[in-house]
Design a protein around this ligand. Structure first.
Ligand code: ADP
Ligand code: MG
Length: 476
């Protein structure tokens, strides 16, 4: 990598800020890569800390970090050294990961050296997973009410969170319990509430914690004989936010400790905010006295977003990422990714990744390719029955013909095509596939696969049909 020779090696002066240093780095990096790659992978990086010649930047996700590491490690490593000197070190803080750290990294602050053994990186570049921006509260500043899109599906939860954020402990919504499926915005909303309460000065002491981390820390406090320190910490809060309380299930001692913490806070008019994947009364493995406490405030649900909300979210997120998506691409994604906002984000990020890696335009075709992979992976596996239905529809045949004995030419082609797709798109064995097609044996399936491959290799039309079928099956 040829770096411009005119770059001055500024010694880390007292007045240097992380922003200043990072903007110098960006000036070196920008001309080296495409505009799209620059926008995608460098603009979202936030410089957060400078300690001598050690710079810490925050990236939005683990995926993002992996991508940077794989594609730009050398460029970034050299650039940071060019700006801060040869012994410079760069640390990464992963925003989303830091919120709910992996259990094995929970108890100790990972040292750069430790991290390196898991994540080989260029020399002088290492990684940290704790959120350096928000050490005392664990609140992630990226999650705000402003960037939380309002929709029918989240209206109650959002309104309740705003009311509580504006007056923690002072409403009848105590505790506030937000429940709903995964990837629907519970964690986002809780952070937004905490950030808001702090920013308007309504909570001096606030902390966000996942129930898993609470559990791990509690157990550790027992082992190190520091339970009262642990308890006092949480009982001194104005606002305690505990995410995913379903994971308290079966942890009786932790529940007991949490019960007393809950009571102490509640009695002093302090606010408790909880989230769960089901309504409190359906929580399994939790003590009844806890469940009844959870029900004495407000329980608000978040439902999967409707189409308008999905479109609004895609518009907002693509804007945030500097992505210009046409409305038909947005409509297409919104129509096909229905259940989960995290999945919507996944599609956007993958589109960015593909577009910048393969120099492709952000078209519907790219969206389809990405959906096939992203959604396919996230959805339940494709079944042989699904394939049969899709193929029969396509060839305009009754589906039972595929399982029947008939040897009519058009049925044979459809049947062989369905077998071929079953082999390609499911994990079923040849024997299982044969059984689904009227009890044929595995050699018939092998023969079918060979016939289809041969036909596709000589017949362009058939090859296209096969491609269409693959997509239809995957998008079903
Ligand atoms: P949950 O905790 O319910 O599993 P998260 O809060 O982690 O879901 O949300 C998943 C992702 O979707 C996050 O990146 C979050 O910012 C985003 N998200 C969820 N709901 C919304 C919304 N209404 N507006 C904007 N982004 C949202
Ligand atoms: Mg969550």
């Amino acid at each position: 990598m040829a770096l411009p020779l005119t770059i001055q090696q500024s010694s880390p002066a007292e007045s240097a800020t992380p922003e200043l240093i990072w903007s110098k780095c960006l000036r070196i990096i920008e001309p080296e890569i495409s505009t799209l790659s620059y926008k995608t992978w460098f603009q979202p990086v936030v410089p957060i800390k400078l300690n001598g010649d050690q710079l810490t930047v925050q990236v939005p996700s683990q995926f993002f970090y992996d991508w940077l590491e794989e594609h730009y490690a050398t460029l970034i490593g050299n650039t940071v050294k060019a700006v801060l000197g040869d012994s410079a070190k760069l640390f990464y803080s992963v925003a989303s990961e830091s919120v709910v750290p992996e259990p094995q990294t929970e108890t100790v602050t990972p040292l750069p050296e430790q991290a390196q053994t898991h994540l080989p990186f260029a020399p002088h570049v290492a990684m940290r997973t704790e959120n350096l921006l928000a050490v005392p509260t664990n609140l992630n500043p990226r999650y705000t009410f402003e960037n939380f899109i309002k929709g029918d599906s989240n209206q109650l939860a959002r309104a309740a969170a705003m009311a509580v954020g504006n007056n923690p402990g002072g409403t009848s919504f105590n505790p506030l319990v937000i429940y709903g499926g995964t990837g629907l915005g519970k964690t986002h909303l809780m952070h937004a509430l905490g950030n808001y309460a702090i920013s308007v000065g309504k909570a001096k002491r606030a902390v966000y914690i996942s129930s898993e981390k609470f559990t791990v820390d509690f157990i550790e406090s027992v082992q190190s004989d520091r339970v009262s320190e642990f308890s006092n910490f949480y009982r001194s809060m104005d606002l305690l936010i505990v995410d995913d309380i379903q994971f308290f299930a079966g942890k009786e001692k932790t529940q007991d400790n949490f019960f007393h913490t809950f009571n102490a806070l509640y009695q002093h008019g302090k606010q408790i905010v909880l989230s769960s994947d089901v309504p409190p009364k359906e929580l399994k493995g939790l003590d009844d006295r806890l469940i009844s406490r959870f029900q004495c405030g407000l329980t608000a649900d978040i439902q999967p977003p409707d189409l308008e909300t999905r479109i609004a979210i895609l518009q907002k997120k693509s804007q945030e990422n500097g992505l210009e998506l046409s409305s038909d691409v947005i409509d297409f994604i919104a129509a096909n990714v229905k259940n989960n906002i995290r999945e919507l984000e996944g599609v956007l990020i993958s589109m960015l990744a593909r577009a910048s890696l393969e120099s492709r335009e952000l078209t519907i075709d790219l969206a389809k390719d990405v959906l096939r992979i992203v959604v396919h992976e996230l959805r339940s596996p494709i079944s042989i029955e699904q394939i049969q239905t899709t193929v029969a529809e396509f060839f305009d045949l009754p589906v039972d013909q595929l399982r029947a004995k008939t040897r009519r030419q058009e049925v044979v082609i459809a049947r062989q095509t369905a077998m071929f797709l079953a082999k390609e798109l499911t994990n079923s064995s040849l024997k299982t596939i044969g059984l689904h097609f009227g009890g044929r044996d595995h050699s018939t399936v092998i023969h079918a696969c060979q016939a289809v491959e041969e036909h596709a290799s000589t017949n362009e039309d058939f090859r296209r049909q096969l491609e269409t079928l693959r997509k239809r099956v995957s998008l079903r």
